[in-house]
Design a protein around this ligand. Sequence first.
Ligand code: SF4
Length: 231
Amino acid sequence: MRVIGVIGPKKSGKTTLICNILKKLKDMNIDVAAVKHSFHDVEVDKEGTDSYNFKLYSNVSILADNSKTVFFYNKMNLYGILSKLNNEFVIIEGFKEQLKELNIPKILMVKGDEGSELLDSQTLMMIKDYNYNIDEVVEKVLEKSIVPTYSLNCGHCGYNCKLFVEKVISGELRWNQCVMATGVEMIVDGKTIPINPFVSQIIKNTLKGIISSLKGVDNEPKNISINIKKI
Ligand code: SF4
């Protein structure tokens, strides 16, 4: 999974830009998810609704109708939200402090000078007054989005996560030079653990070998998830 953020003041065009990027990525058959932070209460889970009542006594409540399924969790931080997703690409609107904490690069939208104070070393581009070419934006997004490093600072890339992202933005490093980009994600008791590329390769090859011999498995599976649970 690769991630990118979009931040900026109100009415700077963040949602429209995200929709334009999503459309382009979808046309490329890339599996995308969008996450938005809202400063207003989200009205779908009001007191008295079934989902609200279920949520009083459970960790997650799920509501399904004929066209959609909605999951209701308690408030989560960005790390928690990303750990629930399994899409190829995730675009995040808002969460500016958490983007910084997790070292996630972002696009900054500004209106006149409003918002330009948010420019920092992890901003991959600044768009002023809705002025952009969507093909150029998507090209940058594909080149500079990273696999979430979750500020693990494991040092395998030779830097810490903050410097790594800055070097991806400057073009000195590529996003896939982080150990988190090996395609193997290990989460132990909710905490992501970095695995070096050598161990990742062993895990990948071993699992693929075991799984390919099992009945009902495609020759080339796209995703393998194994959870070892408390019994
Ligand atoms: S390899 Fe990845 S997780 Fe480790 S320090 Fe570098 S960027 Fe961070």
